[in-house]
Design a protein around this ligand. Structure first.
Ligand code: FCB
Length: 448
């Protein structure tokens, strides 16, 4: 193919996570995770991850799908309790072997491995000891990460210590909407500090191995713009950013917690974590990249009288949908990347998730003509190209997700895959978007 190839040199991949696709929640010595526990509470969730996409038994077929699409890299997560059923102590060899076989197969097929060490599935036994609110969990995490570095480290190109620690800390411990379902804002602050410490410990452990891959972290955020240019709305947008992105990115890249939010929490009477200088040094251990998951942008508006500790920054107007502040705005991705580069100067930025969910049914030929998804991906990749043309250090882009999967408390209705999964039969079918993405990867440019 002739003509410019603006995606040349960029890693193009697809992503998944353990709980969302593997199934086999208690097979071959695997321990229970906090999400297994959560899914099994009657009436709590729409579905469980007991079977999911049965990827544990079908990973060979799934690697063939990756190969067929032609991705450069596959991002997946390791289930901690599959590898260490109790979260610490003895390793479950069968669990470790599963990931060994997966990375071997990826390598044989010329696909790079990008491994998320923690995608929210804490071993339940560690939760019983206090979970991430227990400072010792950070050291257990380092040991678990070290086990992975030793077992598969030579074949892994990219390590992501944590996926979206904001969600793990605040949705798991402040709003209670995710496992382990606590509603204690001070606990969420303690948890976030321990997640950050565990990140630093894993980065240092990785450096000690001398392995040549890259290590970083993936943060989520819906970049907020103020609803108006009033000072109150501008401050609301700043609070939104500091409490979500900045609460993690500032300590990692700047060496301190965001000042305004710290004061804000203090004024609200929350217990702030006890932070030592050693902690801050540890958390600031240099990373090779910043990973971001980008889906939508948001609008922040000051909402006086809303007294939830986080401060709601948007109250829908009458007739507006509850989530009206979230918008698909691909061009905000470019602005966000520029903001991240200016503020944190990471060596590289990777978009570790971007994707589109819908309720889909195949047509009468069994095909899924998912043009909305193609349009969404097209418009976001366009912004990635723009970012690179403007000199921003964006090195990778992963579509969420390879397969239709278990979308946490939302169950299986919301399909996000490039590949359709028929859950009754576990049959996989490439959607139109998978074929389109394959052409983009081959030609290294956006195609219609
Ligand atoms: C992100 C999660 C991922 C997936 C997408 C849709 O927040 O990291 O597991 O569920 O949302």
């Amino acid at each position: 193919m002739s003509g410019p190839r603006p995606l040349e040199g960029m890693i193009l991949g697809a992503a998944s996570s353990a709980i969302q696709i593997e199934g086999s929640w208690d097979a071959d010595g695997k321990g229970e995770s906090i999400w297994d526990r959560w899914f099994h509470i009657p009436g709590r969730c729409k579905a469980t991850g007991d079977v999911a996409c049965d990827h544990y038994h079908r990973f060979q077929e799934d690697v063939q799908l990756l190969k067929q699409i032609g991705v450069d890299s596959y991002r997946f997560s390791v289930s901690w309790p599959r590898v260490m059923p109790q979260g610490r102590g003895p390793v479950n060899q069968a669990g470790l072997d599963f990931y060994r076989r997966l990375v071997d197969l990826l390598r044989k097929n010329g696909i790079k491995a990008a491994v998320t060490i923690y995608h929210w599935d804490l071993p339940q036994t560690l939760q019983d000891l206090g979970g991430w609110a227990n400072p010792d969990t950070a050291a257990y995490f380092r040991d678990y990460a070290g086990t992975l570095f030793e077992a598969i480290g030579r074949d892994v190109d990219v390590w992501i210590t944590h996926n979206e620690p904001y969600v793990a800390a605040f949705m798991g411990h402040a709003t209670g909407r995710f496992a382990p379902g606590h509603r204690d804002h001070s606990e969420a602050l303690a948890v976030s500090h321990n997640l950050l410490r565990s990140h630093g410990l894993a980065v240092q452990a990785y450096r000690d191995t001398g392995l040549a891959g890259k290590i970083g972290i993936t943060l989520d955020y819906f970049p907020a713009s103020p609803a108006t240019d009033s000072e109150a709305d501008v401050l609301a947008a700043q609070r939104d950013r500091e409490s979500h992105l900045g609460w993690f990115a500032d300590p990692i890249f700047l060496g301190h917690y965001p000042a305004m939010m710290w004061e804000h929490y203090k004024k609200k009477g929350l217990v702030l974590p006890r932070v030592t200088l050693e902690d801050l040094e540890l958390i600031r251990s240099p990373v090779d990249f910043l990973g971001i998951n980008y889906y939508r942008s948001s609008v922040a508006r000051d909402c006086p009288g809303e007294d939830w500790p986080l401060d709601r920054t948007y109250v829908p107007a009458p007739g507006e949908k509850a989530q009206a502040n979230y918008r698909h705005q691909p061009e905000k991705l470019f602005e966000y990347l520029r903001f991240l580069n200016d503020t944190y100067a990471p060596k590289e930025i990777m978009v570790t998730e971007n994707g589109y969910g819908a309720q889909e049914t195949p047509d009468r030929h069994g095909r899924v003509m998912d043009y909305d998804r193609i349009d969404y991906l097209y418009r976001h990749l366009e912004q990635c190209i723009r970012a690179r043309e403007n000199g921003l250090p964006l090195s990778a882009y992963y579509v969420w997700s390879l397969l239709d999967d278990l979308e946490w408390t939302g169950g299986y209705a919301h399909r996000m895959g490039l590949v359709r999964v028929e859950y009754e039969t576990q049959e996989r079918t490439m959607k139109e978007s998978a074929c389109w993405y394959g052409r983009v990867i081959r030609e290294r440019r956006l195609v219609e």
